[in-house]
Structures are given as C-alpha cells and as structure tokens.
Design a protein around this ligand. Structure first.
Ligand SMILES: Nc1nc2c(ncn2[C@@H]2O[C@H](COP(=O)(O)OP(=O)(O)OP(=O)(O)O)[C@@H](O)[C@H]2O)c(=O)[nH]1
Ligand SMILES: [Mg+2]
Length: 391
C-alpha cells in the first residue's frame, strides 16, 4: 500500500488481522480506523476499512439474531400450547398417581410406574367434558428444591400461567410432608393460590404523592402504609384497600412477579388402607383454603365429581349462539365468568355485532323469564343461548 501510515497504525493493523474472534475483530478495526491517517492518499483505504467494519457488524448482528432464535426455540420446547376451554396443571410429589388419573379421564396413555419420576417432562392430554374439552397437564413431580432445578423451574413456569392448579395429594402417604413441599415450592415460584389480588389495588403514578383509600379494610393504619411505602422508596402511588387486607396482601400487590392462580386439591388412591383417616386430616387442615375431591383412579371412583369440580374451578361459562329461525349451535363460545353480551358478540364478529349491534335475544332455560331482549352490558350465565342482531 503506497499510503504513508504511522507505526502505531501498522501495529494495530497487524493486531486486527491476527484477531479471529468476531466481536474483538470489530473492536480492533474501530481502533485501527481511529489511527488512520488523515490525508487524501488514504481515503480509499479508509473507505475500504469502513465497508469491512459494516460487514463485520452485520455478521455479528446476524449471529446474535440466530442465538436469540435458538434460545426462544429451546424455551418454547418446554412450553405447552393451551388448548380447549381451559388448562389445568396437575401438581404433586412423584408417584402420587397423576398419570394414572389423567389416563382414567382422557384417551392418553401416560407411563404409570411405581418408581419415581416416570413423568419427567410436562405432558398435556385432553379431557372431554360435556360439550367442551379441558386440557390437563401433568407436571413432573415436585420435591424440596424443585425451584432450583431446571426441570422444576420449567414446571413451575407452566403453573404460573395456567388457569387452574390441581394439587394432587396421595392418600396412601403422609399428608403434611406432601403439602409442605408443594405449597413451599409454589410459594418460592411466587405463585399464590386462591387469593384475590383485588383485595389491594395499586396504581403507580408519576406525581401526586401517596394516596390511600379504604384504609378501614387494612389491618394497620394509614401512617403505617405511608411509612412502609416510603421505606421502599415509593413516593407516588394510589393504594386502594377494597376488601379486608393484611400487610402481606399489600406486599404482594406491590410485587408484579407474584401471580394468583385458582387451585383445588385432588386426593388420590382413596382405595388404600388409611386413606379415609388421611382424607379427614387433609380436610381439617386445608379444607378452608381448598375444595378437596377424593378419588380412586384404580377403582374409577368419584371421577365424575372430580370432572365437575375441575370445570367449576375454571370459572368459565358457555354461551350458544343461535341464528334467527335456526337451532342453537352445538359448540359453545367459552368465556370467563362475569362476561357480558358484548364479550360474546366480540368473539362472534366484532364489526358486525358490537359496532353495529342492534339488540340481542337471550334464551335462558330454568329461569322465570325464558326469553328476553338484552343489551351489550347484560351479564351472561353458563348455558345461555344468544341471538345477536345487527343493524
Ligand atoms: N391403589 C392405588 N394405586 C394407584 C392409584 N393411582 C395410582 N396408583 C399407583 O401409584 C403409582 C404411581 O402412579 P403414577 O400415576 O405413575 O404416579 P405419578 O404421580 O404420575 O408419578 P410420576 O410421574 O412418576 O411422578 C403406580 O404404581 C400406580 O399404579 C390409585 O388410585 N389406587
Ligand atoms: Mg406421572
């Protein structure tokens, strides 16, 4: 190269050319460009190095993109796509009879074994329930310290996002040690069961200081709330105590990593010796926090009651649409409990039945009024038949 360059530049050029690692190569090339001579004869050379730099950067970006894609694919492997009207995760210690139970109420053929951890990855199966289907997911057995293992973490991540947690307790084994493990690991994963977040509502604001409403619902005083928030460096916030609330409720409400999931208990192996006594113990200790259904998958006992309980705890309702002069549709629209006509209309066709809504006719069997005209804000019940009319 005919260009006059400094010895530093020459040295740096050597370093750059000897560097193989892509990221480091970019750094060395940037250093080289900083040392480049500033005269007309060097322009061409500098332009070439600049082009080279752009190319290296593009290559690095592409590699990072591929790495990101690989990572999200790996994460997705552990994820299970929700299907059906709702998802239930079965959580229990190993050998508690989760696979046997799922096999008894679905067409799945999960491995059943008397050795531990026969199910080592989350497995989904579909359970038919009347005219809908509910997805059951067996999670690998929990143990003390699950949360610190990758398999346990994956299981608990699924439990965070599920619609219902079914805690599976083996009635042929000690109750307390099973519950301690299950509740302990769920707690560490910051999953709260059967507790309503709405006892305390918080809204972070940019200005306005600390506002506290409904403090009569709180176990402490307004001053204590303010002091506590300030100690956490929270200076602008609206706190509403909507129901009787404890300090713990307040802490949870401030913590966005905490999730609230519905839960119930399924007590398995009801055919085993001692199961009756253990069931009574379970009911005495946990009956106020959870609904408990005892079953024996082996004898097929109480499985229908369990199915009903799972459906009830999903808090969903089914609505059947009906075109004028026709029979109602066989397949329902599934909505969360508390939904109104507008929610159903939006699921059918938002443009037509919400934006151009004229009226709806609601048919409700087992009701004093079997047919009524309703508006968009009318609350729905499970089993309602709805005829939507648009302008
Ligand atoms: N007596 C009796 N035994 C049962 C019942 N359900 C399951 N078992 C037995 O309990 C053992 C474990 O059953 P699984 O269904 O594999 O339990 P799991 O919870 O899926 O276990 P892992 O996936 O290995 O954690 C097997 O030997 C089953 O035959 C039941 O209702 N009654
Ligand atoms: Mg299993």
């Amino acid at each position: 190269m005919p260009t006059n360059v400094s010895p530093e530049f020459d040295r740096q050029r050597q370093i750059y050319e000897d560097t193989e690692d892509l990221e480091q190569r970019i750094i060395e090339l940037q250093k080289l460009l900083a040392l480049a001579p500033n005269h007309k004869g060097a322009e061409r050379m500098i332009a070439d190095y600049r082009k080279k730099l752009a190319k290296l950067k593009a290559e690095l970006e592409k590699r990072r993109e591929q790495e990101r894609a690989r990572r999200s694919a790996a994460a997705a492997e552990g994820a299970i796509r929700k299907e059906g009207a709702g998802q239930v995760c079965l959580i229990g210690v190993t050998n508690s009879g989760k696979s046997t139970l799922i096999n008894a109420v679905t067409n799945a053929e999960l491995e059943v074994a008397d050795y531990p951890f026969a199910t080592s990855v989350p497995i989904p199966a579909m359970m038919a329930y009347e005219d809908i289907s509910i997805q059951l997911v067996e999670l690998p057995g929990l143990f003390e310290g699950s949360y610190d293992s990758s398999i346990g973490r994956q299981a608990l991540a699924l439990a965070r996002n599920t619609d219902l947690i079914a805690i599976v307790v083996d009635l042929s084994q000690d109750i307390e040690s099973q519950m301690k493990i299950i509740l302990g690991e769920l707690d560490r994963a910051r999953i709260r069961l059967n507790r309503e977040r709405s006892a305390v509502r918080v809204e972070r604001t940019g200005t306005g200081g600390i506002m506290v409403y409904g403090v009569h619902n709180f176990e402490g005083t307004r001053e204590e709330v303010v002091e506590f928030l300030k100690s956490r460096k929270i200076n602008n916030i609206i706190v509403r105590f909507q129901k009787p609330a404890t300090f713990e409720n307040l802490i949870d409400a401030l913590d966005s990593s905490v999730v609230f999931v519905r839960a119930m208990i399924i007590a398995t192996k009801g055919d085993m010796p001692g199961s009756r006594e253990r069931f009574e113990e379970l009911r005495a200790k946990y009956g106020n926090r959870f609904d408990i259904v005892p079953v024996s998958a082996l004898r097929g006992e109480n499985l229908d009651v369990m199915k009903d309980a799972l459906f009830d705890h999903l808090d969903i309702l089914r609505v059947y649409t009906k075109a004028p002069g026709r029979k109602k549709e066989d397949k329902p629209i599934v909505l969360p409990e508390g939904s109104v006509v507008e929610d159903a209309a939006a699921k059918v066709h938002k443009e037509l039945f919400v934006k151009r809504f004229r009226m709806a006719i609601l048919y409700r069997e087992n009701d004093r009024i079997k047919r009524r005209q309703v508006g968009l804000s009318y609350p729905l019940r499970d089993g309602d038949v709805l005829q939507l009319l648009h302008r």
